[in-house]
Write a protein that binds this ligand. Structure first.
Ligand code: NDP
Length: 487
């Protein structure tokens, strides 16, 4: 049984109010441990600690901050198998996915921003007569809040805290209370990595309690949030009067556009992965599969045949490709969408039922079969609302224009996947699809230097590379005469 603690001012502490939340293992429905139910008093204590640490930390050299991040990354590598096991147990994802994606990418996030801060130079501008120098001083903001979701727990947690710390801020972070274990493990190694007390603080608990208190606190000057669109809208409303900097990475309803001239086998293979990886619980997962009419029957049949072969299994089993969804309430929400789809006239091509438990240990786990639906109107709730589970819909189109119209028929705009071998079409469609990310003939390809984020209801701002370092710094322009011209 885990008994998690907050990290405040370098100390692992219990919540001041004495409240605790049970942490449930998705694959079994059993209790994994207890986590602090932190409240605004804990936020206040963390703000005090961060305020004390900020003057010194903000003045440390980038080499020193970089070294702390590198040592932390090395500690992730050193403890990688323990982290893989914990992430899989806490989230329900297969160990194979945690081992190949979550944990190595978390380590990479720390290493990448350790390097990025070494190359993050300020801009300067000199007019033609060299009468002035204008230079931009990028200062750390102060205390920043980093709030992350449950689907890629350590991966998205480190994606925020690494640039925030590299830029010289003090951080108050809140992982999802549904999957807090790996953030807690990382918090235990912060001192060993070299972070002074109070620079990095972690508070566990409910979003509407401790998350809300972080968002509201007047001395927390920026919020980097990844989560649902409704929560993002609530945070934007809450902070509007305080003029905090906000980075919001929100939900998606991502289209995959499959043109008749695609590499058929590669498109089928990757679309199955882009639809069902992590049980469909990645904000970048494809959920609306748009297929050109001439190949619709063949593509649909190939997709369904492949999806039927995915059997949800015990996440601990090395051979498992699909694990459990994250919670009982999330399972019920996803199953509710499938039921609603049937009521709205969908044909369920595969899925529909809760599969038999993979073994005795998982008898009470939260498993859902990959589900493929067809015959639904583009405007219906199933094609408009984010389901965030292993459920996709199929629609057909006759022309490139119709494909783009269907893709853009959404309030969301996070990621689109385009499958065609016509390079002209690939670029044309990518430029017209309303999304922050477009993958052509691939999916989930990652280069940490590229801007990451969505348009429309999928978010505001971009993470990744220098975009993240710009977000976590406040630019001040300084102008000074050189004495070389008139002024
Ligand atoms: P939520 O919006 O429910 O929660 C995200 C985080 O915010 C959690 O830590 C949550 O705490 C916290 N939170 C909830 N309410 C508040 C509040 N009032 N003030 C401050 N913090 C709050 O999202 P989920 O955890 O359910 O994550 C799934 C969502 O995340 C999906 O919509 C998905 O698309 C999106 N997502 C977006 C990504 C992107 O990059 N665009 C990447 C990954 C996911 P608690 O857990 O206690 O509720």
């Amino acid at each position: 049984m885990f008994h998690l603690k907050n990290l405040i001012g370098g100390e692992l502490t219990d919540p001041q109010g004495g409240g605790w939340i049970e942490n449930i293992e998705p694959a079994t429905g059993g209790v994994l441990g207890q986590i602090p139910r932190s409240q605004s008093a804990d936020v206040e204590q963390a703000v005090q600690a961060a305020s004390s640490a900020f003057p010194t930390w903000s003045q440390t050299s980038f080499e020193e901050r970089s070294s702390c991040l590198r040592r932390w990354g090395a500690l992730i590598a050193q403890h990688s198998e323990a982290l893989v096991a914990a992430e899989s147990m806490d989230n329900g994802k297969p160990v194979s996915l945690a081992r190949t994606v979550d944990i190595p990418r978390a380590q990479k996030n720390l290493e990448f921003f350790a390097g990025a801060i070494e190359h993050f130079a300020s801009e300067s501008h000199i007019p033609a007569d060299a009468s002035y120098i204008h230079y931009t001083h990028r200062k750390p903001i102060g205390i920043v809040g980093c709030i992350s979701p449950w689907n890629l727990p350590l991966y998205l947690f480190t994606w925020k805290i690494a640039p925030a710390l590299a830029a010289g801020n003090c951080v108050i972070a809140k992982p999802s209370e549904i999957t807090p274990v790996t953030a807690w493990m990382l918090s235990q190694w912060a001192a060993e990595a070299g972070f002074p007390k109070g620079v990095f603080n972690v508070l566990h608990g409910y979003g509407h309690e401790v998350g809300q208190a972080i968002v509201e606190h007047p001395r927390i000057k920026a919020i980097s949030f990844t989560g649902g669109t409704q929560t993002g809208a609530h945070i934007a409303r809450t902070t509007a009067g305080q003029f905090k900097k906000l980075s919001l990475e929100l939900g998606g309803k991502n289209p995959a556009l499959i043109f008749a001239d695609c590499d058929f086998d590669a498109a089928v293979r990757t679309t199955v992965r882009s639809s069902f990886a992590n049980q469909g619980q990645i904000c970048l997962c494809s959920s609306r599969i748009l297929i050109e009419e001439s190949i619709y029957p063949a593509f649909r049949d190939a997709l369904v045949a492949k999806a039927k072969r995915i059997v949800p299994g015990d996440p601990k089993d090395a051979a498992t490709k699909m694990g459990a969804v994250v919670s009982a309430s999330h399972r019920d929400k996803v199953l509710g969408y499938i039921q609603s789809a049937r009521e709205q006239g969908a044909t369920v091509l595969c899925g529909r039922e809760v599969p038999p438990a993979p073994n005795e240990r998982c008898a009470n786990g939260f498993f859902i079969q990959p589900t493929i639906l067809e015959g639904l109107d583009a405007e219906c709730s199933i094609n408009q609302e984010e389901i965030f589970g292993p459920v996709i819909t199929l629609q057909s189109f006759r022309s490139e224009t119709e494909a783009i119209d269907l893709a853009n028929n959404s309030t969301y705009g996070l990621a689109a996947t385009i499958w065609t071998q016509d390079v002209g079409r690939a670029h044309r469609v990518a430029s017209q699809v309303e999304s922050g990310i477009a993958w052509i003939n691939c999916w989930l390809v990652r280069d940490l230097r590229t801007p990451f984020g969505g348009v429309k209801a999928s978010g505001v701002g971009r993470e990744g590379g220098f975009e993240a370092l710009r977000f976590f710094t406040e630019p001040q322009n300084v102008s000074i005469p050189t004495g070389m011209g008139s002024h």
